[in-house]
Write a protein that binds this ligand. Structure first.
Ligand code: VGL
Ligand code: ZN
Length: 194
């Protein structure tokens, strides 16, 4: 097993761990909340190394294009300043977490945390080269974020024990992980990080 030593300019990217993507929410990922305690362990590890913690959030206006009534695929979810858009209550984000809101314009869908945001600029400013990606959903926003990160030149680790997928089709998450690896991502789990 390959070990990965976390250092101060590494970044943990927590994708969309919001109420609406967890059981009880409008677009629940099955068992989406099960990853929360695992992500909390990663947060502790990254904080202990003085590394960077980023949390992205889906942050839609009420009339967002991704909603069914506006021609999109999804039920209304993650509407700005509602309970559904809040981070899961058990997620222990550190005080200095960097929150990145995305897909906040009515006409623009953004699965990736990089699309239409300052994420790349902020990471560059902090000399970040390696990203460790956790969160929801493996087959949508996690995949899109990882693919953009690789295109932008980051080294990317997908934290396989800290992601969960929607699986509209049963194998979507598995295929998403394969696609990410084929695009250059590495897979890692908690016991590999030191
Ligand atoms: C997401 C569907 C719609 C995600 C966001 O965070 O994966 N999925 N909006
Ligand atoms: Zn969305």
């Amino acid at each position: 097993m390959e070990y990965v030593n976390i250092v101060g300019n590494d970044a943990l990217i927590i994708v969309d761990v919001q109420n609406d993507f967890c059981p009880g929410g409008a677009l629940a990922v099955p068992e989406g909340d099960k990853i929360v305690p695992v992500i909390n362990k990663y947060i502790e590890k990254f904080v202990s190394k003085n590394a960077i913690v980023v949390a992205t959030r889906d942050w839609h206006p009420k009339n967002h294009i991704s909603f069914k009534e506006y021609g999109g695929l999804w039920p209304v979810h993650c509407v700005q300043n509602t309970w559904g858009a809040e981070f899961h209550p058990m997620l222990k984000l550190p005080k200095n977490v960097i929150v990145i809101s995305k897909a906040f314009k009515p006409e623009i869908e953004a699965y990736s945390g990089f699309q239409g945001t300052e994420l790349d600029k902020i990471l560059r400013r902090n000399n970040v080269r390696r990203l460790f990606v956790a969160g929801l959903a493996t087959d949508y926003c996690v995949k899109a974020t990882v693919r953009d990160a690789l295109k932008l030149g980051y080294e990317v680790y997908v934290l396989v024990d800290a992601v969960k997928g929607v699986n509209l089709k049963p194998k979507d998450s598995e295929e998403a992980l394969n696609e990410m690896v084929n695009a250059g991502a590495r897979l890692a789990s908690f016991n590999q990080l030191v």
